[in-house]
Design a protein around this ligand. Structure first.
Ligand code: FES
Length: 364
């Protein structure tokens, strides 16, 4: 079956500019839960709509920072949006219940249709707009399936004829998130191939799929042209480093490898800098407030110390939540992918990973 390519593609940012209304990543809004779906024994999808009921603009693969008072504690967490931007009236997050995890347990126990939650607008650079490659390889493990699911759903909703090979790894067959839906989507689209690798069979001894860990032999057997594909990977840090090693051994081009980065160390060298104990003044244009800070601290840390509320989440230059326009002055910013070059050119900076090198005027 041949599909006719639509005017826009996953990789074309105009596709997403045409869908929904913008919601800046530093702006908080209320969301209302519409539906809770059990995906596996410990993973649930929570569907939300905005308070004004209007569609939201985002790109597949982006995430939201949600904030709540969970068990009496204020908590903020980043969750990838698992729904596609082609369905902009509902925003879904798919959350695994983690032992001891305050937010995930609160969501699983207390979040019901009608409950409300605060969230910052969509953010993140792990999206297919970075590449227009015709052949894609999606590799995920555990909850890392969510951004790739958003990309796959968007691709199918747009009727795209792009060639996607999707390999998801799980602990056991019972832990495979979106298993039925991925099989259904693969049946709809001849150019979507899906297979699952389970570490063990768990309670399903009849499992006929591959077991163990993903390896080069298995990948080459199922996806012989894997090295020709643009690769998007998301999963736990150990999985991603194993996958990167495996693809390097397989001769894949590192320039065509993209991964979601959440659990990372502070930017290299940032902790070790010897910064002169210089003091700078930071002025806030909109609130007409000001404070002084030392050159050795981040602007976000100094703002918080001075009682200035700035939206933030990861504090590692990843999520983009603290993105703020710098009107005057210079900072040394060492981010981890949470901001795009074009945003930097427009004067935006991530305050959680920026240290001042002059007095500053911020658009706050
Ligand atoms: Fe996440 Fe600054 S708080 S990038």
């Amino acid at each position: 079956m041949n599909l006719i390519e639509p005017a826009f593609d996953l990789a074309d940012p105009r596709t997403w500019d045409n869908v929904g209304k913008p919601w800046p990543s530093n702006e908080q809004r209320m969301l209302t839960c519409c539906r809770v779906i059990d995906e596996t024994h410990d993973v649930r999808t929570f569907q939300f709509r905005t308070d004004d009921g209007l569609p939201v603009r985002f790109e597949p693969g982006q995430f939201m920072t949600v904030s709540a008072s969970a068990r009496g504690r204020p908590v903020e967490r980043c969750y990838t949006i698992s729904s596609p931007p082609t369905r902009p009236y509902l925003l879904s997050i798919t959350v695994k219940r983690v032992a001891g995890g305050v937010m995930s347990n609160w969501l699983h126990e207390d979040m019901r249709p009608g409950c409300r939650l605060q969230a910052y607008g969509p953010s993140g650079t792990f999206t297919p707009t970075v590449s227009s490659a015709p052949k894609l390889l999606y590799l995920s493990a555990g909850s890392g399936v969510t951004p790739l699911m958003s990309m796959t759903r968007a691709s199918i909703d747009l009727g795209l004829d792009r060639d996607i090979a999707f390999v998801h790894s799980a602990r056991t067959p019972a832990d495979i998130v979106f298993q039925k839906e991925l099989h259904r989507l693969a049946a709809l689209s001849p150019r979507l191939r899906v297979f699952f690798v389970c570490e063990g069979t768990g309670d399903e001894p009849d499992w006929t799929g591959p077991t163990g860990r993903l390896n080069l032999r298995l990948l080459a057997e199922r996806i012989p042209d894997y090295a020709e594909r643009e690769t998007f990977t998301c999963g736990p840090a150990g999985y991603m480093s194993a996958v990167k090693k495996l693809l390097d051994e397989g001769g894949c081009d590192p320039e065509r490898y993209h991964q979601e980065r959440f659990d990372i160390a502070p930017p290299a060298g940032f902790e070790d800098d010897i910064v002169a104990q210089t003091t700078f003044t930071v002025r806030l244009a909109r609130s007409a407030r000001s404070f002084t800070m030392n050159a050795s601290e981040t602007v976000l840390a100094a703002a918080k110390r001075n009682g200035v509320a700035i939206a933030s989440s990861c504090s590692q230059g990843v999520c983009g939540t603290c993105k703020t326009k710098l009107i005057e002055g210079d900072v040394d910013m060492r981010h981890n992918g949470g901001i795009r070059d074009r945003e930097v050119q427009k004067g935006f900076r991530l305050l959680c990973c920026s240290r001042p090198s002059s007095d500053l005027l911020l658009d706050l």
